[in-house]
Design a protein around this ligand. Structure first.
Ligand code: AMP
Length: 114
């Protein structure tokens, strides 16, 4: 049994967060420490610790994350100007929360990728 993360608690509304979207597969909420005018995290409702643990059965959920990213980008009016999607995996990428999440960043020129 995997240990629940802070994101599990947000998904279950056990701790407060600025949730923008939720359905049966994913939840999206604003990052508590935004790195850009729009900084949203899109998270599977089920706990997958990192991309290393992704399995075939997660395909629909992972696809939904992209659909929700595009939907939120439109809602935030950054779809035309552009945005960046980031998923960190493990130490070298600086992953802090071991619950897969996609960062949606935009609202200003983001500069070089790294
Ligand atoms: P990562 O480094 O990819 O694991 O990113 C983790 C992200 O989670 C960071 O950008 C944090 O600011 C964000 N974060 C941590 N705790 C919370 C929280 N309670 N609500 C929203 N975002 C959070």
């Amino acid at each position: 049994m995997l240990k629940e993360t802070i994101f599990s608690k947000i998904i279950k509304h056990e701790i407060s967060s600025d949730i923008l979207y939720q359905d049966e597969l994913v939840t999206a909420f604003r990052d508590v420490s935004p790195k850009a005018p729009t900084h949203v995290l899109i998270v599977p409702n089920i706990l997958i610790p990192s991309i290393n643990e992704v399995k075939n059965e997660h395909e629909k959920t992972l696809g939904r994350m992209f659909l929700v990213a595009a939907k939120i980008a439109r809602a935030e009016k950054i779809n035309e100007s552009g945005y960046r999607l980031i998923i960190n995996c493990n130490k070298h990428a600086g992953q802090e929360i071991y619950h897969v999440h996609m960062h949606l960043l935009g609202g200003k020129a983001l500069g070089p990728m790294i």
